[in-house]
Design a protein around this ligand. Structure first.
Ligand code: GCW
Length: 678
């Protein structure tokens, strides 16, 4: 049965007979040069992958033979590496690799080479992906390297096994049975990550239980670090800023207090004693009730730099999160920028500021976070969310590649045209000593890891786009579709259509034209009325600001002036209702119900059309899926079909709730040609 456990590492038997027999001729044996835990991991992967893809066992040999695969670091290649290859490898850094078909000395073989063992592992995974996509390997010449140094998953997993905003079961980290039991799942998790180039993982929730830093837990962290190390994955933990009080028996956690500094230093030493390549700390401070330096009248930089100092001798890093939310009176989207913009250049050199893709909170669509255009002296780490907190949990099919791409390719105009978010985090706009990206994981102990089979694609896409932020979402999903469902052309075309329209569908039924934060308290269903009432803290937080005149949040210079957080050219564009991109219309403007949109329709009618389009697109996805029935195994077919049925119902609920509610302000009819709300 197909239960999805293998993710995109299925290695299904090659279907095309011609390709299969070609591969069988070209891949008669393989040889590895060198030995290490990482090489062993690559060897196991290649052995299993080949025998599964080719339907027969391929023997290992100890010399380079004709029609073979040779996996060897440059240092072992000797005369087999020519000048050109050496020069090419020099450009690829520690993690890059080359896969190349070599003919010479009467032999023809496929060489996988790199500067390090981890490069070989990455190359091995890529080679198996190439085979799975039934591509010709006769004249293979692939070279690749990661554009970002730190490519991390962030787990919001708690020590008790629950997961904040997790929708795929409980945590895969079994703290109760660690360090003794290393479950098979840990290894498969590491394989999946390495196969897409993810090289780090923050094991626990940013709303951090301080106990993670106790000796009892650190030995468990060490056990995971040992299990992941062969796959090039470093472990990191989220720390609670009040840990010196909570587990250290100190009276304060004030970063200026020498005893506190000393406590963190000793804690870091203790960790590195156990885990010499420990990655570092992720910190959520002074946000949503978490402790932080501001509790003592100190700044974010005081807090981060103290931790950085403790980690620096061990080359550890701090990822200080820019997501601060304190329920203040003013426009909430301004908060993170207002608080962190002044810290530019003030963090220690081993501190990242970790910034969410948008200024609010992982909404279906947000403009990019303005800090990306404003922190030229601070390494920025982009944080995206794979778990679909605001995008239908693990029930809705929403491929997030287009969301990542939209953010990465947004032009900040920080240093003129073309200074995109991708270029900023790659360190190409202003030099960044460190580069990185983080994705909040959507992984749980569900048999298929992510509950929705298509949610696996978001993990995959995150990895691929972390490796290379310039990749196109459409190309990445095509890879995933092939690896997950095979090479049938009709099937692939269908999957491409379903996945590539899914995110826009969700935007349409949840928050079209720049509307945002219309969810209920669980963040699943619509409740546009919720924030019209005073919040428990006494602040009124309506994000849509609908009234008799119109709808939308005035963030122009005449309103909250959030536009001024963007660079000059962009600020002007957002500020003017006529030049503001329509997808952000109601994000930046309060527009009249009769405002003429680009389609020629009034704003109210356009809104009705967009909400309806969201529903219609989900139905189109259902219909398309139905046509693929004979091309997908029954288990996955039925599961996805049932999930799409749920999604359609929810999309209708979203459309109806929002339109009927907004209609109480607009007092205009829903266009007759659209389906009437129930
Ligand atoms: O989106 C909000 C979530 C919180 C989360 C917070 C954050 C981990 O609703 O659950 O807390 O963001 O990113 O810190």
């Amino acid at each position: 049965a197909e239960d999805g456990y293998k993710l995109w590492l299925r290695y299904d038997r090659i279907q095309n007979k011609k390709t299969l027999s070609l591969y069988q001729d070209q891949l008669k044996q393989y040889t590895f040069m060198g030995s290490s835990a990482t090489i062993n991991a690559a060897k196991t992967e290649l052995r299993n992958g080949l025998s599964s893809l080719l339907g027969k066992k391929i023997p290992e040999t100890d010399a380079i033979k004709n029609n073979s695969i040779v996996v060897a670091p440059l240092s072992r290649l000797g005369a087999n590496a020519d000048k050109e290859l050496r020069a090419q490898l020099r450009q690829l850094g520690k993690e890059g690799f080359i896969i190349k078909n070599i003919t010479g000395g009467g032999k023809n073989y496929t060489l996988i080479t790199a500067n390090s063992d981890i490069g070989l592992l990455y190359g091995t995974f890529r080679f198996l992906q190439i085979l799975a996509s039934e591509t010709s390997i006769a004249r293979l010449s692939v070279s690749d390297f990661p554009r970002l140094q730190n490519r991390l998953l962030n787990h919001w997993d708690n020590p008790d096994g629950s997961i904040e905003r997790g929708y795929a079961g409980r945590s895969i980290f079994e703290w109760n049975t660690l360090p003794g039991k290393i479950s098979r799942r840990y290894i498969d998790y590491a394989r999946a990550n390495a196969s897409v180039g993810i090289n780090g993982t923050v094991l626990n929730n940013v709303n951090a239980n301080p106990n993670i830093l106790t000796p009892e837990y650190l030995v468990k962290v060490k056990a995971l670090a040992d299990a992941f190390r062969p796959y090039g994955i470093k472990v990191y933990v989220s720390v609670n800023f009040a840990a010196p009080i909570r587990i250290g028996k100190l009276a304060t956690a004030d970063p200026a207090d020498p005893a506190v500094k000393q406590w963190w230093k000793k804690k870091a030493d203790e960790i590195y004693q156990l885990i010499p390549d420990f990655g570092g700390f992720c910190v959520k401070a002074n946000s949503e009730g978490q402790p932080g330096p501001q509790d003592y009248g100190r700044s974010h930089t005081d807090g981060a730099n103290m931790l950085a100092e403790a980690l620096a001798p061990h080359r550890g890093i701090v990822m200080w999160r820019a997501f601060v939310y304190k329920n203040r009176e003013q426009d909430r989207i301004r908060e993170s920028y207002d608080e962190f913009h002044p810290t530019n250049g003030k963090f220690a050199s081993n501190v990242f500021l970790q910034v969410k893709n948008g200024p609010i909170d992982f909404q279906p669509r947000e403009p990019f976070h303005p800090l990306f255009g404003a922190m030229d002296k601070t390494p920025l780490m982009l944080e995206v969310q794979l778990t679909q907190e605001y995008l239908g949990f693990s029930t809705h099919l929403v491929y997030l590649g287009p969301l990542f791409e939209e953010c990465l390719q947004s032009d900040t105009y920080a240093k003129g045209q073309g200074t995109t978010v991708a270029k900023v985090i790659e360190g190409k706009v202003s030099p960044q000593k460190m580069t990185g990206i983080a994705g909040v994981a959507n992984i749980g102990d569900a048999r298929n890891w992510t509950a929705h089979p298509f949610a696996q694609a978001n993990w995959y896409a995150f990895g691929r786009m972390s490796w290379n932020p310039e990749l196109k979402a459409s190309g990445v999903i095509r890879e995933w579709n092939i690896l997950t469902f095979g090479n049938n052309k009709v099937l692939l075309d269908g999957l491409q259509q379903i996945t590539m329209q899914s995110r826009e569908a969700a935007v349409n039924y949840m928050g079209p034209l720049g509307l945002t934060m219309l969810m209920d308290i669980s963040h699943y269903r619509p409740a546009p009325w919720r924030r019209d009432k005073p919040a428990p803290t006494g602040t009124r937080e309506s994000f849509h600001r609908a009234d008799e005149k119109g709808i939308g949040f005035d963030r122009t210079a005449a309103g909250s002036d959030a536009v001024s957080q963007y660079a000059g050219a962009l600020k002007e564009r957002f500020n003017d209702i006529h030049t503001c991109p329509e997808k952000f219309l109601l994000w930046f403007h309060h527009a009249d119900w009769d405002y003429k949109t680009s389609s020629g329709k009034t704003l109210w009618n356009e809104l009705c059309y967009r909400y309806s389009a969201g529903v219609y697109t989900v139905r189109a996805m259902q219909n398309k899926w139905e046509t693929l029935k004979t091309l997908v195994d029954p288990e996955r077919f039925t599961l996805v079909k049932n999930l799409l049925t749920e999604q359609e119902k929810e999309a209708v609920i979203w459309r109806d709730a929002c339109l009927l509610y907004f209609q109480t302000f607009s007092k205009r009819p829903i266009p007759a040609e659209l389906e009437a709300p129930a």
